[in-house]
Design a protein around this ligand. Sequence first.
Ligand SMILES: Nc1ncnc2c1ncn2[C@@H]1O[C@H](COP(=O)(O)OP(=O)(O)O)[C@@H](O)[C@H]1O
Ligand SMILES: [Mg+2]
Length: 218
Amino acid sequence: MSEIILPPNAHALLNSVRSVGYSLETAVADLIDNSISAGAKKISIRYSPHDNPYVAVLDDGLGMESDELTSAMRHGSKDPEDARSVKDLGRFGLGLKTASLSQCRKLTVISLKNGSLSGRCWDLDLIAQRKDWVLCVPETEDIKLLPLADDLLRQGQGTVVVWQHLDKLEAGESSINKALGEKMDIVREHIALVFHRYISGDPITDIEKRKELKAPVL
Ligand SMILES: Nc1ncnc2c1ncn2[C@@H]1O[C@H](COP(=O)(O)OP(=O)(O)O)[C@@H](O)[C@H]1O
Ligand SMILES: [Mg+2]
C-alpha cells in the first residue's frame, strides 16, 4: 500500500466552514463559553461600526502564552475524545475559529499570561492569496493598538478576541452603523438568556459602543 498525505485546501475549507450555521449571537456566545472555561470573572464586549469596524471580546481568564495561543488557533485544536475538566465547555477544538470566521474575514486573538503578551491572526484574504494555512504573528506594537488591548494590559492577564473585516455583518446592509447596533442588541438579549446562570450581581457582560475608538489595520 502506498500513502498520500492530503491536507485540505485551506481557503476552500475555511470558506465552506463559514456557512456552518452560526448567527452573530451564537458566535459571540461561543467566545463567552471559552472565556468561562478559562475562569473569567469579567467579560466585556465592545464594538464599533466606524472606519475599520470590529467586534471584540475581552476576558480576565487565565490567558495563553504564545505556544498555547498558536495551538488554540489550530482548527481541531483538541480531540473530542480526550478527558475534559468539568469547567471546560468546549469540545471539538473548533469553536473559536469557526464561530469567529463565520462573522468576519480577520480573526485576531491576543492574550496576556505570566507577563507575556502574544497575538495570532487568521486573515482569510491572506490565506486565499497564499493558498496555505498562514497564521500571522503581529508585532507587539500592532497588538497594543488593537481594541481592548489597553484594558487587557491593565488587567494583567486574559484574552481579547477581535473580529475585523465584518463582511457577513455588512452584507446587504446600507448602514453598518445601524445594522451593527441592531444586531448587537440581539446579542445582548441572547447572552442574558443563555448565560443567566453565570450572571450574578454585576453583569458579566458590558456591551459598549465606542464611537471614537479606531481599530487599526494590522
Ligand atoms: N478566552 C480564552 N482564554 C483562554 N484560552 C482560550 C480562550 N479561548 C480559547 N482558548 C483556548 O483555545 C482552545 C480552542 O478553543 P475552541 O476553538 O473554542 O475549541 P474548544 O473550546 O472546543 O476547545 C481552548 O480549548 C482553550 O484552550
Ligand atoms: Mg470553545
